[in-house]
Design a protein around this ligand. Structure first.
Ligand code: 5GP
Length: 121
């Protein structure tokens, strides 16, 4: 599958669509989900053009992989939900059709600010 340059997160990365930005560095952009599912619902996306987790793990550089993973914790700290100083959160990635992925640009969902329950259905 080819990366869709016009997916909504690509447009947000290019600044064509606004977002409520939480954090940005060379590797990630983080912003609040437009359709908030929990008290805090943040998205963290890599800056590179990766469709999903498998695409990322196969094609991203070590630097990009480390930058993306560390980005999660930088965002969780900024939001005050880190396990180190906060009360924790759930990080999930939906992958592909069966995983329920709607936007074809890799993203972590971070849910927190309250108890999020045992599972996300
Ligand atoms: P997925 O189902 O692909 O894992 O999650 C996509 C997420 O992107 C959904 O939770 C949806 O609410 C969010 N989303 C879709 N369009 C926009 C948008 O234009 N802005 C923001 N901030 N979030 C969006």
């Amino acid at each position: 599958m080819k990366y869709d340059e016009n997916n909504i997160f690509a447009k947000i990365l290019r600044g064509e669509i606004p977002c409520k930005k939480i954090y940005e560095d060379d590797f990630v952009l983080s912003f609040f989900d437009i359709n908030q599912q929990k008290k805090i619902h943040a998205l963290v996306i890599p800056k590179g053009k990766y469709i999903d987790l498998d695409d990322f793990n196969i094609n991203a550089s070590q630097e990009e992989i480390i930058g993306f993973m560390k980005g999660i914790t930088l965002v969780s700290k900024k939001l005050g939900i880190s396990s180190n100083g906060g009360n924790g959160y759930r990080a999930i990635i939906n992958v592909g059709e069966n995983g329920g992925q709607e936007v074809p640009h890799l993203h972590f969902h971070l849910f927190g600010g309250e108890k999020v329950g045992k599972i996300v259905s």
